[in-house]
Structure formats: structure tokens, C-alpha cells
Design a protein around this ligand. Structure first.
Ligand code: AWU
Length: 477
């Protein structure tokens, strides 16, 4: 639990620490908050002191980091009550509201900086908190955009907000939108583009605020991406061209520095004891288990849950399936669990994803292609079955299935209801297939990911460069 002295009032950092103090402004959903906390931990390990803007909702996620580094990490808790998101249906509207509400912290943060005896020399803010770049300009310090999405996805996002393509007629959502200047010239139907972008309505105050925030992202002093050059080199280079400078640093994969197993509490309180989970996986043979999880936001509809349950049952494989606490399930999970007893483990709530992906029994990952899940699978060398649902996931699926070929597509879209026989067949074919091409390539990526974060690796060196630039007070803003 976070004690009173851990929460900043005027930050009792040693005086004269200016230039080594970074202000971190996250976004509140797990997929954004988790990687930025991992980045913050790496900043602290490189000697910076950090203040992390938190709300009552996010403070519990921050407390392990504060407990580990009480003299280097403080929380700036500001009063803000955010609406809880409940699934894709209203995810976009909740995200829009959360971005707007977080933007109201601009003034209080500016006042905090003005009154601070050792103010930060840099603000590092999440892609959804682009308003912070204007704040940084007001107080005369550098601002760095943190992208929890990959470089290819960020390239598409930047293109959309820069060029503002007009929506097609309402009944033509399959109209293709091309991005000819992005490497490999990707193109997507309108409905697969960012929901946040598609919700833009000219003249609407929230829409205009969000658009300004994304344009500020493009104009930020620097960009940090949770990716690595061996994975997305061409897209990282493209981002440098888009922003017009070289201060684009790929520093991923961002993962906790502590031992994988202890990270059972990463991003949430696990609904299952990690020890019980590990012993269940130990009881399965190596490379015999399919892990099924669709991130922290997606909730399947009842028909989708039923189709997936049927496919898992028919496939005959071992599986770990994460079903969100608030996910409606007409499928009587109890009788389903009885029928698959011994080979199927259903985790209702929050799962310790890292210990699962890194267990030798886990052979493949049925994922929605959220970027953190992709990075975690690649670090573990686990090939994926791709079911992109929204946000940047269609772009991510292009990268991992069509270009890197470390994944196979099995479904597409937040409302898709997969054919359970076809899905069962795809799962059965994929599991425990000795020289499955995707697994071979996933192992290549595993080694590349380990090298890049290791001493002398490109991401490790990029991180050092980013910190050096951020500390350097002589930079012209
Ligand atoms: P992930 O990025 O996989 O998925 P979302 O939560 O959907 O995050 C953006 O964040 C993505 O690019 C978007 O596509 C959007 C969003 N986790 C866990 O530990 N246990 C669980 O039961 C469920 C999730 C962790 C998981 C990962 C994160 C989810 C950046 O998808 O390990 O770190 O939560 O992030």
C-alpha cells in the first residue's frame, strides 16, 4: 500500500537534482500504464528521479515501483475520477472522455512545476496525453512522447491525424485507405482504422482537443517507442522522417526487470495464485498448451465466448483461457470446465500473463494483437494465433502475420464470431507442430529481443541516448 510520505507534496528530492528529474504522465488503461511503468523503472535504474502523475485508480499499480525505489520515485496524485470502460462497444467513447478528463490536469501540473524547488527537466507522456507537450512548452522544458504501440502502428496514427482523411459514406465502411508513404504501403478498410480517429467530429470540442493532442505528439521534442530495430527497423526510420529529426528511440521490449515469476502482480492482482498456475502448467507436457487472452479492455460477446469455448473443446488441446470478470458468458462455464477438466484452465479475471507465456508448457498464444501482448510473446519466443479486434491491432496483425510471419490469422474484428470447427482445426494444427514456420521465426525474434535489451544491444543503447538527451539542459527547445 502506498504510504502518505510516498505521495508527493513538494517532492523532497535532494536539492540540485534539476536535470535528473523526469515527470511521467501516463494514460490510465493497463495497456498504456504497464509499459510506461516499465520504462520508468529503467529510468530510475539509470539514476533519474521520477514523479509519476497518478489518480486514485492508478496509484495501486504504482505502489510496487515506489516501494522498490522510495527515494527516486514519487507519485503526484491529482484528484480525478475516470469512468470505467466496459468493452469495445463503448471503449472509444470512454477513451475520449478519459483523454479529455486527464487534460484537465494541465493547470494543476503546471502549478506544481512552478512551485517546485527541483522541477523536472523533461516530461514523458503517453500517446493519449499529447496535451502535455503544450504544457512542457509553457514551462520551457523538453517533452517526449511515449508510444505504447509499435512503430508501424504509430506511423499510421501519425498519418491519420496529420492528413485527416475524410470518412467514407456510412454504408461504405469497407472502403480501403492506403498509406503509400509508409514502408510496405499498408492499406485498411475504414472500419479497421483507429476508433479514436474514426470518432472525430469536426467542431466537436472533445474531438478538437484530441486532434490537437495528437498533432502535439507529432511535434514533441522526442519520441520513445516500445519496440526494437530488429522488429520494426524500417518503421522506426520512417517515424524519424515523419517528425523531421533523429530523436526517435526504440527502447523495447519494455518488461519488468524483476524475475518473471514474481511479476504475477503486473498490471493487476492475479485472480489465481501464480504457484497454483505454475504447478498446473508443470502437469502439462512441454509445448502442449494454448494460452488465450485478449488484453485488458476487450470483452467477448456471449456468442463469441460460446464459439471459442466450442473450438477449445473440439480442438482437444490443453489451454489456459482468460475470461474477463465482467464478460457475459451464456456458455455455462461450470459445465464447460467440467468437460475440459484436466486439460483446460479458465482464469476468471486477471491472469499473470508473463509467467504463463514464459512457461515451457505454453506453445502458442491466441491474442487480440495488443502491442504489449505481442512484445511479451516475442520475448518468450511464443508464436501467435491472431484475432485483431480494434485500436492498432489490425496494423499489428499485418506486421506479425503478413510480414514477420510469427503469427497466423484465425479471426478478425471485435464482433466476429469464428466458426468453431475451423478454429478448432487451426488450433490443433498449430499446437506442438515441431517445425511450424511461425515458431521457428518466433524463436529468432526471441533471440533478437534478448540481444537488443542486453548490454550493447540497440534498445539498451537507445535508452542511454534518450536519457543523455533528456538530461542535457543545453538543448534548444
Ligand atoms: P495489450 O497491449 O496486450 O492489450 P490491451 O490491454 O488491449 O491494450 C495498446 O494497449 C495496444 O496496442 C492496444 O491494441 C490495446 C491496449 N495483462 C495481464 O497481465 N493479465 C491479463 O489478464 C490481461 C492483460 C497484461 C498483459 C499486457 C497488458 C495488455 C498498447 O490493446 O501482459 O502487458 O496487460 O496490453
Amino acid at each position: 500500500m502506498v504510504s502518505e510520505e510516498m505521495v508527493s507534496r513538494d517532492l523532497s528530492f535532494p536539492a540540485g537534482m534539476r536535470g535528473d528529474h523526469a515527470l511521467i504522465i501516463p494514460f490510465t488503461t493497463s495497456g498504456h500504464f504497464i509499459p510506461l511503468l516499465d520504462l520508468t523503472r529503467h529510468l530510475v535504474l539509470r539514476g533519474l528521479t521520477v514523479t509519476v502523475v497518478a489518480t486514485s485508480d492508478t496509484l495501486p499499480l504504482l505502489s510496487p515501483l515506489i516501494s522498490d525505489h522510495p527515494s527516486s520515485v514519487k507519485a503526484l496524485v491529482l484528484p480525478l475520477c475516470l469512468e470505467a470502460t466496459s468493452g469495445w462497444n463503448d471503449l472509444t467513447s470512454c477513451t475520449r472522455t478519459a483523454i479529455r478528463d486527464l487534460g484537465t490536469l494541465h493547470g494543476p501540473i503546471r502549478d506544481w512545476i512552478a512551485g517546485h524547488h527541483s522541477p523536472p527537466s523533461v516530461i514523458i507522456s503517453d500517446m493519449f496525453s499529447g496535451w502535455a507537450h503544450r504544457l512542457a512548452q509553457e514551462v520551457g522544458i523538453k517533452s517526449i512522447l511515449f508510444s505504447p504501440s509499435g512503430a508501424m502502428a504509430l506511423s499510421v496514427i501519425f498519418s491519420l491525424w496529420r492528413d485527416m482523411p475524410r470518412p467514407p459514406p456510412a454504408d461504405m465502411e469497407d472502403t480501403a485507405f492506403a498509406f503509400p508513404e509508409i514502408p510496405n504501403q499498408p492499406e485498411y478498410p475504414w472500419w479497421q482504422l483507429s476508433g479514436l480517429f474514426r470518432a472525430h467530429r469536426e467542431g466537436d470540442p472533445v474531438s478538437e482537443f484530441i486532434k490537437e493532442a495528437f498533432l502535439a505528439n507529432i511535434q514533441s521534442w522526442g519520441v520513445v517507442v516500445n519496440s526494437f530495430s530488429e522488429l520494426e527497423g524500417a518503421y522506426i526510420d520512417h517515424l524519424m522522417k515523419m517528425v523531421g529529426h533523429g530523436r526517435v528511440w526504440a527502447v523495447g521490449p519494455l518488461l519488468p526487470v524483476e524475475p518473471i515469476v514474481s511479476s504475477g502482480q503486473r498490471g493487476g492482482i492475479s485472480s489465481i495464485l501464480v504457484e497454483d498456475l505454475v504447478s498446473w502448467l508443470d502437469s502439462c507436457g512441454d509445448r502442449t498448451v494454448l494460452y488465450v487472452c485478449f488484453g485488458s479492455q476487450a470483452r467477448l460477446a456471449e456468442e463469441q465466448t460460446a464459439a471459442l469455448a466450442s473450438a477449445l473443446e473440439k480442438s482437444g488441446v490443453n489451454f489456459v483461457w482468460v475470461v474477463r470478470e465482467d464478460q457475459p458468458t451464456k456458455v455455462a462455464l461450470e459445465s464447460f470446465k467440467d468437460r475440459v477438466a484436466g486439460r483446460g484452465l479458465v482464469i476468471r479475471g486477471w491472469a499473470p500473463q508473463l509467467p504463463i507465456l514464459n512457461h515451457p508448457a505454453v506453445d502458442a498464444f491466441l491474442t487480440h494483437c495488443g502491442w504489449n501482448s505481442i512484445m511479451e510473446a516475442l520475448v518468450a519466443g511464443v508464436p501467435m494465433l491472431a484475432w485483431p479486434m480494434g485500436a492498432d491491432q489490425f496494423v499489428n496483425a499485418t506486421l506479425i502475420a503478413d510480414q514477420l510471419k510469427v503469427a497466423r490469422r484465425v479471426s478478425e474484428g471485435a464482433s466476429a464470431i469464428p466458426d468453431s470447427d475451423k478454429l478448432a482445426r487451426a488450433i490443433r494444427e498449430f499446437i506442438n507442430w515441431e517445425d511450424c514456420p511461425e515458431r521457428v521465426r518466433a524463436d529468432v525474434m526471441r533471440r533478437a529481443a534478448a540481444d537488443t535489451m542486453g548490454h550493447g544491444g540497440s534498445s539498451s543503447e537507445n535508452f542511454d541516448k534518450m536519457v543523455k538527451h533528456a538530461r542535457n539542459k543545453s538543448y534548444i527547445l
